[in-house]
Design a protein around this ligand. Sequence first.
Ligand SMILES: NC(=O)c1ccc[n+]([C@@H]2O[C@H](COP(=O)([O-])OP(=O)(O)OC[C@H]3O[C@@H](n4cnc5c(N)ncnc54)[C@H](O)[C@@H]3O)[C@@H](O)[C@H]2O)c1
Length: 341
Amino acid sequence: MAGEWHVRLVPQLPNAELIALCDIVPAKAQAALDKNKLPAIPIYSDMAEMLKKEQIDVVHVAIPSGAHMDTIIMAMEAGKNVISEKPLEIQLDRIDRMVETAQRCGVKLAGIFQNRWNPANRALKQAAIEGRYGRIAWAGCFTPWYRADKYYEDGGWRGTWKLDGGGAIMNQSVHAIDLLQWIVGPVKQVSAYASSRIHAKIEVEDTLSCSLQFENGAFGTIMGTTAMYPGGPVRIEVGGENGTACTEWSLKTWKFREERPEDKDMIERINGKQGASTGGGSSAADVPADFHALNIHHILSSWEAGKEADTCGSEARKAVAIILAMYESAKNNGKPVAVKQ
Ligand SMILES: NC(=O)c1ccc[n+]([C@@H]2O[C@H](COP(=O)([O-])OP(=O)(O)OC[C@H]3O[C@@H](n4cnc5c(N)ncnc54)[C@H](O)[C@@H]3O)[C@@H](O)[C@H]2O)c1
């Protein structure tokens, strides 16, 4: 799924060219080219061979999450920069090894968190940078999604601890959790409950509910599920002494004590740019590609300018640290767990 988006988008970018594809099932790589009516390029089933034979600057990794590290380290040790799909990996020690390898090999590593390029979410972030909320009282993210059993059956790796690293939270809510910590700041401590409510065959949670405290003292909530038919948009809400703002894919609430002239039509201006979408709520296919393109373009442009991308390895680690703390808490019946920064 996600690999096909990269195959489609890379040729559309001004600063990139699609050179080769690799999939352990080469027919899937061919199908991605065919679907996008792209000309033939070399397809490999063995990445080591691809790295040896092709002139590549950047490897895009869109394989099962728990298999990211081996592939990413192999690419970096061959001198390639890497853009990885979310989550960067499913354990912090594995992410740390990847970040260390990038430094040792003198290459760059970045993750995809495309919803940071959604203008509605960027507005919430900008308000935080400008201190417009004042002292934040509470902030939360809700991912009320739905996935049918077939979604977990396809591919064989989804819904497993080993390769998905978790369920509704590690795979789906990771986007909203990244946005929450990006906008509000580091999470200090979490207390969570989780289980699979409707998907009988998966090992991992399809629903989690968490209460938390940020390092800045604000309280918060994280809810994520793939068990709420038919699935709706992610909600991000931040509020404090001087204002409240909220997105549900588009901008829903924008109210500040000190109103600026540009606040008046902010919702119309931001939402005018947005296409209709559940943003992945009802199906993994309903993820518009535009923000992916912006995220990839930003990463490549940052690297060209000799800078780290906003979604560099250490940044993409933050959401995973929060998620793993929530899993530990849920295993211990909601016991408060400190987030390992
Ligand atoms: N950013 C997003 O919104 C988004 C959406 C969906 C998936 N993803 C992420 O993308 C990654 C892939 O998820 P998906 O749903 O596209 O999976 P998928 O099962 O649809 O595709 C995975 C592909 O990887 C291939 N593969 C497996 N192991 C491989 C290996 N070692 N080397 C080469 N090819 C290999 C498989 O044959 C398959 O074609 C995951 O990390 C997932 O979290 C991100």
